[in-house]
Write a protein that binds this ligand. Structure first.
Ligand code: SF4
Ligand code: SF4
Length: 301
């Protein structure tokens, strides 16, 4: 069984407690307007092309065994349907203008790679986090990796939006120490527009997680984007959703940043992301104060 990984980030301090390694799994069933990892959405390998670095030398086209690159003095064209993602063009490019997003791993291969940093995890109270994309979609692969890591005594975390059928969540519960859950909006219509799906399934899954007799610890992360999901009138709904959740130990408010915009421009097949805005400071403060007043464990932003 293979999983498709598009990034392995070592020494991460933002994806759970301590020093962690984060494996980013490719493939997502959402389409957030502010996605930080637009290269994660497609569940297949993809070619990355940095137009500003390309000098149109044609070395990539000469190296391609499938003849799927056509380069002249002013244009660079890729025939996606005949590409076998061998990476020969990436190796041939003298200007680092090309890259591949997506690498196959077996659970054992990925786990062995992640265990190379185990001494850092132990010393810092860290571990391994699986993110995406939507990590739960590669469910069997994820379960195998989590199981191998648990057997090795490593703290495990899964970063998810919970917009999947319950059995995919249930399967990994026994081998996950921490769920990092992204709550991306409360208004149903805006959720559909901003995220690409209605929030019903996510709400149902949160409801089920709240009733678990034995639950992994939960941290909720709330990304806020000006004009899209930062209306303070939605705070009471948010409180209603999160209140009374015994496993919830931390709530983080995350202000928009534009990381995904540059990356989306490098995807050869795919649309460019629009630049959005971070919420005003007063709005962030209002969310913080009202969620804190509701006795939710909000981290200082
Ligand atoms: S990855 Fe391989 S097949 Fe695809 S364009 Fe590059 S050289 Fe050609
Ligand atoms: S080898 Fe690199 S620099 Fe040359 S044409 Fe291809 S992408 Fe551009």
């Amino acid at each position: 069984m293979n999983g498709l990984i598009f990034n392995l980030q070592r020494f991460s301090t933002k994806d759970g407690p301590g020093i962690r390694s984060t494996a980013f799994l490719k493939g997502c069933n959402l389409n957030c307007l502010w996605c930080h990892n637009p290269e994660s959405i497609n569940g297949h390998k993809e070619l990355k092309y940095i137009e500003s670095a390309c000098v149109h030398c044609g070395a990539c086209a000469s190296a391609c065994p499938q003849n799927c690159l056509v380069v002249d003095e002013t244009s660079w064209h890729w025939e996606e349907h005949s590409c076998i993602f061998c990476g020969d063009c990436v190796q041939a490019c003298p200007h680092d203008a090309l890259g591949l997003w997506g690498e196959d791993y077996t659970p054992r291969q990925l786990t062995d790679e992640l265990l190379k940093d185990r001494e850092y995890y132990g010393d810092s109270g860290g571990g391994v986090t699986f993110s995406g994309g939507e990590a739960l979609l590669q469910n069997e692969f994820l379960f195998e990796c989590l199981s191998l890591l648990k057997d090795a005594g490593i703290h495990t975390a899964v970063d998810t939006a919970l917009s999947v059928e319950w059995p995919l969540i249930e399967k990994v519960l026994p081998v996950t120490d921490l769920f990092l859950i992204d709550v991306k909006g409360m208004d149903t219509e805006a959720h559909l527009k901003n995220i690409g799906v209605e929030p019903q399934l996510i709400r149902e899954n949160i409801g089920r997680m709240k009733t678990l007799a034995e639950s992994p610890e939960v941290h909720v992360r709330i990304p806020l984007v000006k004009g899209l999901n930062d209306d303070p009138a939605l705070i009471p709904e948010m409180i209603k959703l999160l209140r009374g959740w015994k496993a919830l130990k931390r709530v983080e408010l995350l202000s928009y940043h534009s990381l995904g915009v540059d990356k989306s421009a490098q995807l050869v097949a795919g649309g460019e992301q629009e630049l959005l805005e971070a919420p005003d400071r007063e709005i962030m403060d209002e969310f913080f104060l009202k969620l804190t007043a509701a006795e939710l464990p909000v981290a200082k932003h």
